[in-house]
Write a protein that binds this ligand. Sequence first.
Ligand code: AP5
Ligand code: MG
Length: 217
Amino acid sequence: MLKKKNLVFLGPPGAGKGTIARILSDETGLTHISTGDIFRAEIKGGTELGKKAQEYVSSGGLVPDELVGDMVGSRLAKDDCADGFILDGFPRTLPQAEIFKNVLDKIGKKLDLVVYFKASDDVLLKRLTARIICKQCGLNFNKLFSPPKKDGVCDECGGELYQRADDSLETAKDRLEVYYKETSPLIDLYRGEGLLLEVDGEQDKMKTYPELLEALS
Ligand code: AP5
Ligand code: MG
């Protein structure tokens, strides 16, 4: 049984938030909520939210705080979050952290831990520009660090692999810039609240996972 179950994953693009969140969710049953994945699905589905988010996501900018806050608020109130959640990619600005606090108060939940994945720009850009993702099941591969067994095909479900439009070198650099300006102040905020756990995002993910599990137990 985990002692800490309501989690935020914080860190720059490419640091491994989604990769570790998927492993942790598969192994422990915590509900994985990736705001980026939700926006990509809404854009693909052509929904109202998707239409509003599209220009921000494709340029590497941030979707307006209120829009993200409302979406996360209704997502966290669902039954599958009752036994814990991993918020991957939210909050991402100081106003979002404030919105998040209010949402938690409203639904009677408490944040247990913010896991900060730290990695250098060189590593991040190498990973982002080589990332490929399964269209069907969302599993992550990397042309450089964890290639699929068969070119362009998901090992797990046989789905087709694609590259995210915002993983071009230019947009990845823009996303990093946005991260340092808008998101990195959250590190000090949560450190000050005694909620921050820093992990080495550059090390092997199979080393990070047990370390994290121990910190949650
Ligand atoms: P989002 O999808 O959240 O993108 P991101 O923050 O840029 O993060 P990434 O998904 O790129 O990185 P990750 O840390 O998950 O890395 P991963 O595990 O995949 O957001 C996309 C967009 O949506 C935003 O730009 C914005 O427009 C919008 N948005 C989302 N949330 C928002 C919010 N709260 N407010 C406003 N707008 C929002 O790993 C990357 C690669 O590296 C993979 O190929 C993986 O296989 C590999 N890898 C991972 N770990 C390792 C390792 N340890 N060793 C070797 N390779 C590794
Ligand atoms: Mg991700």
